[in-house]
Ligand binder design. Structure first.
Ligand code: ZN
Ligand code: ZN
Ligand code: ZN
Length: 350
């Protein structure tokens, strides 16, 4: 995440809705990816979901017919707002979704809605499993479904414990499901021997293995012993599609985390820590992708900066009596998958 500033010069954050120095209302303008002031007669107005429900602080141009910001406009289903609790949980969901969309915007990936593109456009169903017990989180044909109850910390933490996960966040859910969407949009229609598909298979395995059988096996038996050597999470070992989704989510997490640190001035060159060196082959891509090696070097440097900074974040977190902020280890096999995720991001964001 970037560091933002107000027209008065004061620092603002992505979630700011008012400048504490000049007192003006401020909101995020997705068009310019900056924070703007909201003035009477000004060029920007609040998204309608902000005005009516207080769940959004993005703005839309005053002269536009659109009432909803690009993030809220992607919603196909929202929870029943008669419940005050639903409203509160919905606000948390929207906040996480906006963070995902911000990173995707910054990568340069456009996100058409279903109205613009019925086949490969994107939509969100935000549904409460309390009201709809059959709902499951996931992606199907461009529609990402998330369970509103996951925005309840207790509910989510119980799931996290039961599933043995080291981390479970709303933002992580959105990032994970976005990977399934991008798989459908950018990869699923390519011929099986397309270089992208081959590179995918080489890293993540044979995606044709039966998905429901693989998932059932995972939930009955858990991840295989030694999964840490090849996967970023235990769930990633369930099926190549889930490995991809967990890897992509992790890629976005590193990208956002590193950007936040560096935009706020936490930089490796200021730390009294050595860079954690990965073996050089971690950055290699097959020659068929034709990626110049200096790009691999840049990627490796990027990953090393994160490994170094995340060590600092973990130490600070432990100093505060909390558990590690970043409870992950990146083995070489995972670094190679992250390299492919980075390559896909560069291509899709062009
Ligand atoms: Zn200000
Ligand atoms: Zn909005
Ligand atoms: Zn998944």
């Amino acid at each position: 995440m970037q560091r933002f500033s107000c027209e008065c010069g004061n620092v603002l954050f992505f979630e700011s809705s008012q400048c504490l120095k000049c007192g003006h209302d401020v909101g995020f303008d997705p068009g310019s990816r900056t924070m703007v002031r909201l003035m009477p007669g000004g060029a920007a107005k609040w998204c309608d979901n902000g005005v009516r429900y207080g769940v959004c602080h993005w703005v839309v141009p005053t002269d536009s017919a659109a009432k909803l910001c690009p993030s809220c406009a992607l919603n196909r289903t929202i929870p029943d707002l008669a419940s005050e609790r639903n409203r509160r949980l919905w606000g948390r969901m929207e906040a996480a979704k906006r963070r995902l969309l911000y990173t995707l915007m910054e990568i340069g990936i456009t996100l058409p809605g279903k109205k613009q593109n019925a086949k490969s456009g994107l939509a969100f169903d935000i549904v409460s499993a309390a009201a709809n017990p059959t709902v499951t989180m996931g992606h199907l044909n461009g529609v990402i479904t998330v369970n509103l109850e996951e925005a309840d910390d207790t509910y989510r933490q119980i799931n996290q414990q039961q599933l043995g996960e080291s981390s479970r966040t709303l933002l992580g859910h959105f990032r994970h499901e976005s990977a399934h969407y991008f798989w459908m949009r950018f990869l699923s229609d390519l011929p099986w021997d397309d270089p992208f598909r081959l590179a995918f298979r080489e890293r993540f395995g044979d995606e044709w293995q039966d998905y429901s059988t693989a998932l059932r096996h995972h939930y009955e038996n858990g991840p295989p012993a030694g999964w840490e050597q090849n996967y970023i999470t235990g769930y990633a070992a369930a099926h190549p599609w889930e490995d991809w989704a967990e890897t992509w989510a992790h890629y976005l997490q590193i990208r956002d985390g590193l950007e936040t640190c560096e935009s706020l001035g936490i930089r490796v060159q200021n730390l009294s820590l050595p860079l954690v060196l990965l073996p050089a082959e971690a950055g290699n891509l097959p020659a068929m992708l034709g990626s110049p090696t200096d790009e691999n070097g840049e990627f490796l440097a990027w990953l090393q900066r994160w490994m170094c900074l995340s060590t600092v974040l973990n130490e600070v977190s432990l100093s505060l009596g909390e558990s590690s902020l970043y409870p992950f280890v990146i083995p070489v096999g995972v670094a190679r998958k992250l390299r492919l995720a980075h390559y896909f991001a560069e291509v899709w964001g062009r």
